[in-house]
Structure formats: C-alpha cells, structure tokens
Design a protein around this ligand. Structure first.
Ligand SMILES: [Fe+2]
Length: 309
C-alpha cells in the first residue's frame, strides 16, 4: 500500500524509532490494533535487519553472472535458444507450484491472491477498475497489457497466457511449441529449481510457503528482468532480428510494482502470526539456493555453446 504517512503517524514513528515501518503498520500500532504494539514493532525491525543480512545478501540477489553476461547481448543464437527453452520449462512448471500454493492457502484471501496470479498466468487479463474490460485483438499484446488490477471480471484470452508470449519469442528463433516448456527439456539445474518451487513455494505449511514467496519476490525485484531486456535489445540490433520483448517487458513492469507490496506483506505476516524467524530465513535461503542453481545451470550451458559449429 502506498498510502502517504499522515503527519501524526510520522511523528509517532519518529518518537518511537519505528520510522522504517510501512504507514499501514504504524497506523495499526498507533491505534493499538490487536497484535500490534511498539514492542512488536521494534522486534520486527530487528527481524528485518536479520533478513537484510542473512537472506537478501544472497549471491543470486546481489550478483548474477549469467544475467550480467546476457545483458551484453553477445549471445549466439544457440545460446539464446537454450535460454528460452530453460526459461519456458521454468515458466510452465511454475504453474504447478502456483497451483499448490493456491490449494494450500491458509485463508480465503490467500487462496484468492494465489488464484489471481495463476489465472493471470494462463490468460486472464487484469481488470483495472472493476469494470469489465473489452479487449480487442491487439490488446493482449504484452507490450500493452496492464500489470495492475484483478482477474475478477477480467477477460480471458488464450493469447494473453504468458506461455504463449514466450512461444512467440521461441518462434522468432525457429523453435516451435513441441520444443519448449516440457520437463523433459529441462536440465538437471532447471528441474531442481522447478521441484524446489513446488516443495517450498507450494508448501502445505503456510510459513514455509510465505518465506519462499518473500525470497522469490526479492529475487524477481532485483533487476534481472531489465538485464534480460537490455540483452535482447542488443541482440536484435546485432542480428537484425525482432525477438519480441513483451514477455520480459511485462514482467519487468509487474516486478517494479510488486516490490512495493513485498514489505507490506512481510509486516502483515509478522504481526498476524509469528513466522518463526530462524525457519523463515532458512527456508528463504533454500529457495534462493534453488534460484541460484537455475542461473548456474544456464551459465554452464552457455559456456558449452560458446563457439557453435
Ligand atoms: Fe508470468
């Protein structure tokens, strides 16, 4: 929530050393909502420091050699194809993890939040103002589709499925539907990542699933989408191709906006039910290890494809 901090809330935060909490949490503490107190606020800020130190400094968030290389746009077509194939396997299997997360949700609200993501992934276009949107053929283009709103009352289009956007990229590179998305095309590293997503992100234990979710969101907001886009723009320039950027551009826009919600979600999780600090950090790190394994796998593969004959 991006509510501006009211002057009295801001003053209250300064007085009690709670300045970095979100406005919603500060307001809850100030008005003494159940489970919210100045002491809990302080405890949360100590927990936040641990998260910053012990989770968010993971190497896959601070530096990713593969995406740093990708950004330069020096990949050959085999390297780019290999990337798209592995990314398509991850994107497709992610649906399973998301479905598990939805089924295992602890509340109706949680189930709906997971369903939003799942429905949008498979082609329901977000409806920004609760009004039924009429979507003309050109408007399921990921370059133009919005990233905000709800799937409630949104329009379903096969062509708006994220997998279909990725298929368009694959087709530009000479790959077809039969070449992408299936588990059998995944390297061991990609499959490890996919399986860990199902195990952790889709876990029956809500606390584990939330820790994995927080880790994944922080990774996704760390800027790799932008690096992929830059690389593809350069690739297109070098090769005179028009690999569509929509899939990547849409996710980049989405993440920019997600990052703003991640903090609010963490605070809500903390104040509403203690997530267990050690377990949160451990499960978050397990998830990030799997993310790192995925990019490491891509890095190894691209080195193998350095000089194709
Ligand atoms: Fe997606």
């Amino acid at each position: 929530m991006d509510i501006a901090v009211a002057p009295d809330v801001s003053e209250f935060a300064q007085q009690h050393g709670l300045g970095s909490l979100t406005a919603a949490t500060l307001e809850a503490i100030r008005t003494r909502r159940p489970r919210y107190s100045i002491t809990r606020g302080m405890q949360f800020l100590r927990f936040q420091k641990r998260i910053d130190r012990e989770l968010l400094r993971h190497r896959v968030i601070t530096s990713n050699p593969y995406t740093a290389w990708f950004r330069r746009g020096e990949q050959n077509v085999s390297q780019l194809k290999a990337f798209i194939v592995q990314f398509s396997v991850f994107s497709n299997v992610f649906l399973l993890a998301q479905l598990h997360k939805m089924i295992n949700a602890g509340t109706l609200e949680g189930m709906r939040a997971s369903k939003e993501i799942l429905a949008n992934e498979i082609g329901v276009i977000f409806n920004l103002h609760g009004a039924r949107s009429s979507v003309s053929a050109a408007e399921y283009d990921p370059e133009r589709i919005g990233t905000e709103g709800t799937v409630q009352g949104g329009t379903f289009r096969f062509e708006a499925a994220h997998f279909e956007w990725l298929l368009q990229v694959a087709q530009e590179l000479g790959l077809g539907f039969a070449d992408i998305g299936k588990r059998r095309f995944g390297t061991a590293a990609t499959l490890l990542f996919c399986d860990e997503l199902v195990r952790l992100y889709g876990n029956e234990d809500y606390a584990i699933s939330q820790a994995a979710s927080y880790a994944v969101e922080n990774w996704a907001a760390a800027g790799f989408w932008g690096e992929l886009i830059e690389g593809l723009v350069r690739y297109n320039g070098r090769h005179g191709t028009s690999v569509p950027l929509g899939f990547f551009a849409w996710h980049n826009r989405l993440e920019a906006q997600h990052a703003r919600h991640t903090q609010a979600e963490l605070e809500e999780l903390y104040f509403h039910g203690d997530p267990g600090e050690d377990a949160f950090i451990r499960h978050g790190n397990e998830m990030l290890e799997a993310v790192a394994a995925f990019w490491d796998g891509l890095e190894i593969e691209r080195r193998k494809l350095e000089q194709p004959h």
